[in-house]
Design a binder for this molecule. Sequence first.
Ligand code: NAD
Length: 261
Amino acid sequence: MPGRMEGKACVVTGAASGIGRATVLEFVKEGAKVVAADVQEEGLKETVQMASEISNGAVVGQFCDVSNDESVKELIERCCTEFGGIDVCYANAGIVFSGRFWDETVETFDRIMRVNVTGVFLCFKYAFLKMDQQGRGGSLLATASVAGIRSGAGDLSYSASKAAVINLCRVVANQCTGTNIRCNCIAPGLIETGMTRPVFDLVDQKGIRDKVGQINPTLRYGEPVEIAKAALFLASDEASYVNGQVLPVCGGLSSSHPVAR
Ligand code: NAD
């Protein structure tokens, strides 16, 4: 049986840990060739090693800072030289600042926007240019967040950046009209990864892990692989008629009400 991603050349950013790593592994299991990108070289090596155990030679690692124009351009070029083109670009890398907005500095705010929003824009820009030239369509995908749909817990710039990602994807989908290049994003709920470790450490200290996990109707946290499965769907041809959408993968958090139960 051919895999669901057979023959597809993909880029995944933020691939050194969490959701990005889980996605690289799911893509490879389904027959994709992947350039895994991150600023964290140690984690990236581990991802490549893990993927090689599934399919040798299907993944290469590439240092890439998504906030840097040249670095992103090189990343997309690498995919084309290594795997003969690009079919999927998953702009997943992201960072967070948690705190009260009056404590946040302009430097932190700008950095969050630079990585979370400009990073997605750059990935899509350079991936689109190649995909359009190839003329075989493609899938542009980003990781937004439930924090971009409703208020985040304590993260002004992060929530604002993720709301921006959601609308950025809609505009990209529209501007890609007629190219067979689709653009969508995923809005994860609370997933245990490197990014949320400080949150989990705090809830553990307070002994409220179960209580916090139960803020959604599914009554638990999500796993990185549950986001990766959604990414797999949106990246693959199974989602050929899904375009310009935000898919919440959050156990129902985005549509829940505190007094529903
Ligand atoms: P993570 O910290 O495990 O992974 C994020 C990765 O992005 C890291 O490997 C990090 O090195 C990389 N990265 C950071 N800055 C970068 C840069 N400038 N260039 C390239 N790579 C960079 O966290 P995660 O939870 O797997 O996060 C993946 C995405 O999911 C992020 O966009 C995040 O905002 C989003 N998200 C996460 C959750 C959650 O609960 N974990 C919820 C909603 C959305």
